[in-house]
Every structure is written in C-alpha cells, then in structure tokens.
Design a protein around this ligand. Sequence first.
Ligand SMILES: Nc1ncnc2c1ncn2[C@@H]1O[C@H](COP(=O)(O)OP(=O)(O)O)[C@@H](O)[C@H]1O
Ligand SMILES: [Mg+2]
Length: 261
Amino acid sequence: MQGGRRIIRMYAEPIELQDERFGVMFVSRDITKEIEIDRLKTELVATVSHELRTPLTSILGFTELLEHRHVDEEKQMRYLSMIHNETTRLERLVSNLLDVQKIESGHAQQDFKVESLFELLSDILEIHAGSTELHAFHFDCDETIRVSGDPAQLRQVFSNILNNAIKYSPDGGNIAVNVSCDDDVIRIAIEDEGMGVAPADAERLFEKFYRVQNEQSRNIGGTGLGLAICKEIIESHGGTISVCSELGNGTTMTVELPIVA
Ligand SMILES: Nc1ncnc2c1ncn2[C@@H]1O[C@H](COP(=O)(O)OP(=O)(O)O)[C@@H](O)[C@H]1O
Ligand SMILES: [Mg+2]
C-alpha cells in the first residue's frame, strides 16, 4: 500500500418512515485492503502464467525434438542447455514464491552472524561478473567493515540487486558497488547504467509482483518478487532499501544496514 493513502467506498441510502423522508444514511467502508488483495491476485495470475508457461512450452518443445528427431550432437547439447535454462527459471519462480510465503508467515528462520561485508560482496560479485561479458564491475569497500545479519539472506539480497543491475542493462555498461559508513549506518550503493525506471514505477518496485511494463523490459523475464523479498529481509535486519533512477539513465539501489559496534 502506498504512502498511507486509503480507498474508501461510500454508500448513501435514504431513510424513510411511512413515506416521509427522515434523512440520509451514509456508510463508508475502508476497502484499501480488498483492492490491494485484488491487485495481488491479478498480478500473481499474470506472473505465474507467464513465468510458468513460457519455460514449460520450451521444455516441452525441446524434449519432443530430442525424442522424435534425429539431431546431431551439437544440437543435442544446445537443446539440453535451453532445457536447463528454462528449468532454472521455473525453479527460481517456485523458490521466490516459497520465500515470500515463508517471510510473510514469519517462518523464515534467521541465523544472525557477524561477518566481513567485503568478503560477502566480493563472493557475490565474482559469481555475477562471471555471468556476463558486457559489463564492467567496480567495487569499493573498506576491508574492515563487518555486517551483522543472516548470511544466506544478505547474499540473496545482493544477488538479486546485482542480477537486476545486469538484467536491466542489456546493452552492458559499468556496474559499481560502493560501500560507505557514517556514524550509524553502512551504506551499500549498487549503480548501473541500464534502462532505468520512471518516477511512477520507482515508487512501486518493492511491491510484490510489480514489474515495469514497457517496450524494453517486456522481453526480460522475472517474477516481480525479488525486490519485495529484499525489502522484507533488509527491514528485518533493521535497515532500509531505496531506489534512485531515471528512465533511460541507469539505476542506483541503496541498502542501509545498522553499523556493527
Ligand atoms: N536495476 C534496475 N534497472 C531497471 N529496472 C529495474 C532494476 N531493478 C529492478 N527493476 C524493475 O523492478 C521490477 C521488480 O524487480 P524484481 O522485484 O527484482 O523483479 P523481477 O526482476 O523478477 O522482475 C523489475 O521487473 C524491473 O522492471
Ligand atoms: Mg529481480
């Protein structure tokens, strides 16, 4: 729900007694929650059907080709790799859905540890840097900074942000991860030079299932759950996550976490 704005439905009914009008009764009902649930339902159906059907159709198609046609070894490998990619996409959808469910029901177990932020981010950066040849990565972080949190969850947050930075800058460019500290917070800024988002979209990126629908982003797959999961995780660590972006001009995601004394 955005900025505390509420949606109220009003009914007006005349009150009459023996054909005489006594007055009008007004009933106002807060339907904010109902509207939100309705939106989630619509977007869930749209996302799940797209994210499920697209990979399923490919998997079905390629397995049929492998089964019924004689294909040379090179093609076999190509088809198998497509099947593998599409299966990964399905797996991601299912685990995203399970994560959201787990976090929302309060069943996500957290195992807090204090660890080196430098090492945590270097690991994730290395994995992502290996997945693209179009992007140049820059990393600036003091090696002594430590962070307190659930290591698996924090990894999930930064992986998703980096994954987005790569995915939504399909033409490549620089991706910079800059870490700074002040008295109370550690600030981790992840900046890309990709497609960016318009202000109206930026406000909604952290909503479940929200995905920007425009010419450029339409062909990029996703569930719209990644940033909603990031927000839940970061807030459960006493931190904040925010976006600064300009359409066509790149995006900066900023995570702030409490400093470790
Ligand atoms: N770095 C980015 N640059 C441009 N758009 C982004 C970026 N990160 C996220 N977005 C937009 O925010 C939406 C929600 O992101 P996310 O919750 O991770 O879902 P997903 O990546 O599965 O679509 C994306 O669909 C995309 O439109
Ligand atoms: Mg994502």
